[in-house]
Design a protein around this ligand. Structure first.
Ligand SMILES: [Zn+2]
Length: 343
């Protein structure tokens, strides 16, 4: 999730668990540092390897096993800040650091990207799909409460901040389950048995979901809108071919290109699209797009038939078409004329 949310969660968690009689500010700083530290993985990238950043983002730095390292480091750095003004030892800051790091992991786990929470025991990427990557409704009340908690030295306000965020994430779990149930009903009415199905939150709300399912070798996407206590409605979006190991134009086995596609596929969990371009194939990640009804991936690997590293590039496409914001607005407000009610 965004770093403002991580900071606010860290501050609130640090204040909530600070040692009685100890420095609340030192606990808040230690937890804040630990809550930001896992995202230091953004510096793990290489100019030679287009997938390096994907490979390492939310990897071991985002695992429960690594949390004590962040807790120790942040506690130690914080004692350097506070040594002169307070008699603060690293031992009393270890717990705030630990819970600060924990808030980062759980918060990222709630989003859709995929977080290696259980590394090194498994490299599975957990994505609970219940919070958008940026959500003002989740973050603003949390931030205000966390700042007030720090200014007033109030563990009670810090606890309210954490409860607000937990309640919002729980609402996301409930809304996600409702949207998935309705979508499966709609698909069953059409005798569609999807081989895979997922719903992802869309930006800054919990009632328009990006639905993706795999049927007959194609990915289909749709926007599912489910305001609480109303009928769920759906707009069927675009579709795109699914990539497979047998797709025409794949690079030769054991080539650099094949290795990169395998790596990309591990990152996407196999949610791969397939497109043919002049002299190359494009393997994309269907999970994310700029609009919930779009099948154009945010990122893809472009690979020429030779499979050489020089012919393989990572393509990032975050471009918006004219009118995309108003199209998204129509999905949010429910005014899109394509909506179908799911009975
Ligand atoms: Zn993160």
């Amino acid at each position: 999730m965004d770093n403002v949310t991580h900071a606010a969660l860290g501050i609130a968690a640090g204040i909530a668990v600070h040692r009685r009689g100890g420095s609340i500010s030192a606990a808040a700083v230690a937890a804040l540092l630990a809550a930001e530290a896992p995202d230091l993985d953004v510096f793990l990238r290489s100019a030679d390897d287009p997938l390096e950043a994907f490979r390492w983002h939310r990897h071991f730095t985002h695992s429960f096993a690594f949390m004590p390292v962040w807790a120790l480091l942040s506690a130690w750095v914080t004692t350097l800040f506070f040594r002169r003004r307070h008699n603060v030892g690293w031992r009393e800051l270890f717990l705030p650091g630990l819970v600060g790091a924990l808030t980062h992991l759980l918060c990222d786990g709630c989003t859709s990207y995929g977080t290696m929470l259980l590394w090194p025991f498994t490299e599975a990427r957990y994505a609970w799909d219940c919070l958008p990557i940026v959500d003002l409704f989740a973050t603003l009340p949390l931030l205000v409460l966390a700042i007030m908690a720090w200014r007033r030295y109030s563990p009670r306000l810090a606890t309210y901040a954490l409860l607000w965020f937990a309640a919002y994430a729980s609402l996301g779990v409930w809304q996600h389950a409702r949207a998935e149930r309705s979508l499966r009903t709609w698909l069953a009415q059409r005798n569609i048995e999807p081989a895979r199905l997922a719903l992802k939150p869309t930006i800054s709300n919990l009632f328009v979901w990006r639905a993706i399912w795999l049927n007959d070798g194609r990915w289909q996407v749709a926007a599912v809108r489910n305001l609480p206590f109303t009928d769920t409605r759906l707009v069927v979006g675009e579709s795109r071919a699914a990539w497979s190991a047998d797709s025409a134009g794949n690079p030769p086995p054991y080539s650099e290109g094949a290795h990169l596609i395998a790596d990309f596929s591990r990152f996407t969990g196999g949610w791969n699209t397939y497109d043919v371009q002049p002299g190359a194939i494009l393997v994309g990640d269907i999970r994310f797009a700029m609009l919930p009804t779009s099948s154009k991936p945010l990122w893809s690997v472009r690979c020429a038939p030779g499979g050489g590293l020089a012919d393989t590039t990572l393509i990032m496409d975050r471009s918006l078409q004219d009118g995309d914001w108003s199209r998204f607005g129509a999905l949010l407000s429910g005014s899109d004329s394509r909506f179908i009610v799911i009975k």
